[in-house]
Design a protein around this ligand. Structure first.
Ligand code: RAT
Ligand code: ZN
Length: 413
């Protein structure tokens, strides 16, 4: 196949690929206002809030006292009107508007708001999925969230486009505060991780993964995360979480490397990144060969070791370019590294979208960068004389954009 054909074939496959977006913070429509959408939510995304504070001398408190509408206006003015919106998060807003057919060149926030005010939420959701080329997404479902839990207990309506993932950060990372809450929910747990308490944590995990029909169990972990060790987190992980994951054939998704609240004044925008160790991942994969692990890491410097670990363990599925590495230059590098070390056996990206409109830009930008990496690799392959077909390329692309994830879910080890 000639050079040009590879490009065309990859573009065709990318245009056709129906993405499964395997980690987002989106919610099915039945969760009401938990599902964010529209221009004010786009502008007050926490990625943009941290950029805004670099561009203003406004005291933190003064910003937090503003309404969401006023915050959005301040961010629009500082980052889009007074400065060139070059950053990935800024450009994302503009790609989204452009793909929705809006013209932001006049820099009139009011015009954009006027357009959004006329949209029907349900129709808008349908449109976003269509424009983004996304077939379904995985939510982040936290049973400890007081806004979310009641919906699961009463009023949940399944929507095929929104699958669940059971998020368990409070259990693993803050047992001292979480056990009284579990006790309130009716689980017979104590501060000490006795066999009875661990049994009750397992019951909680079984009941909630069943209730939500979770595709996987998930947690975000600090760079200091360590197993094996004698800590609440390690004990709960090895003696409650992993056994339930194995029993129910659910992967445990670990997102490793977030340093929470490096600057608490920024609230949700205040988290940072730290270099983690790969040893805990290697240990878990080796000690629990029948448990499936999905891992993404936040530090650029951890990506290579993660690929090498995935070469050693078939129960390890690498996914996504997470948060601070979800930038074109890093996606380009990481995707090439993965293709070189893992072939096509990984999930290339997830969006982490918090506002439904964001899936439009996150996938438009990632499709382009991942497509370029694939073209380069296919051209190298073609140079050996290997005959590539359109079908090969379509199969690879659909695997990288969600197919391999679905296969991994079905896999029994
Ligand atoms: O990417 C993000 O929006 C982060 O705030 C986090 O949500 C992170 O992705 C996580 O799931 O912990
Ligand atoms: Zn996330």
């Amino acid at each position: 196949m000639a050079k040009l054909d590879v490009r065309k074939s990859v573009d065709r496959a990318l245009a056709k690929a129906e993405v499964s977006d395997i980690h987002t913070h989106l919610y099915a429509p039945c969760f009401g206002d938990l599902l964010s959408w529209g221009i004010d939510d786009l502008l007050t995304y926490h990625y943009l809030i941290s950029e805004f504070f670099r561009a203003t001398d406004l005291p933190y408190d003064a910003f937090w006292k503003l309404t969401k509408r006023e915050q959005a206006e301040a961010i629009w003015r500082a980052l889009f009107v007074e400065r060139t919106p070059l950053s990935e998060a800024c450009r994302g807003v503009l790609t989204t508007l452009e793909r929705l057919g809006l013209d932001a060149r006049g820099k009139s926030l009011e015009k954009i708001r006027g357009w959004y005010a006329k949209q029907d939420r349900e129709k808008h959701i349908d449109r976003v999925f269509e424009v983004a080329g996304v077939r379904d997404c995985v939510m982040t479902n936290d049973p400890f969230d007081d806004a979310e839990r009641p919906v699961w207990l009463k009023g949940y309506r399944a929507d095929d486009r929104f699958k669940a993932a059971l998020r368990i950060d409070p259990v693993l990372l803050n047992w001292a505060k979480t056990f009284p809450r579990l006790a309130d929910f009716g689980y017979k747990v104590s501060r000490e991780l006795t066999p009875r308490t661990l049994g009750e944590v397992k019951r909680f995990l079984r009941e909630w993964s069943e209730r939500t029909k979770a595709l996987y169990v998930g947690v975000s972990l600090p760079p200091t995360f360590n197993v094996p060790e004698s800590s609440d987190a390690a004990t709960l992980l090895e003696q409650a979480v992993v056994p339930v994951c194995e029993e129910r054939n659910l992967p445990l998704a670990m997102m490793i490397g977030v340093k929470r609240q490096v600057n608490p004044q920024l609230r949700m925008a205040g988290d940072g990144v730290g270099l983690a160790r790969i040893e805990p991942v290697e240990y878990l994969c080796a000690a629990f060969p029948k448990t499936k692990f999905m891992v993404t890491m936040l530090a650029r410097e951890n990506q290579h070791a993660l690929c090498v670990a995935a070469r050693k363990f078939r129960n390890l599925h690498v996914f996504g370019c997470w948060w601070f590495v979800n930038n074109p230059s890093l996606i380009a590098e990481i995707t090439r590294e993965r293709l070189e070390l893992l072939g096509t056996g990984f999930t290339a990206q997830h969006s982490d979208a918090r506002v439904i409109d964001q899936v439009i830009y996150k996938w438009a930008h990632s499709r382009k960068v991942i497509g370029d990496a694939l073209v380069e690799k296919y051209q190298d392959l073609a140079a050996t004389g290997w005959a590539l077909s359109d079908d090969d390329i379509a199969r690879d692309v659909s695997g990288l954009f969600g197919g391999h994830f679905r296969t991994f879910l079905d896999r029994k080890l």
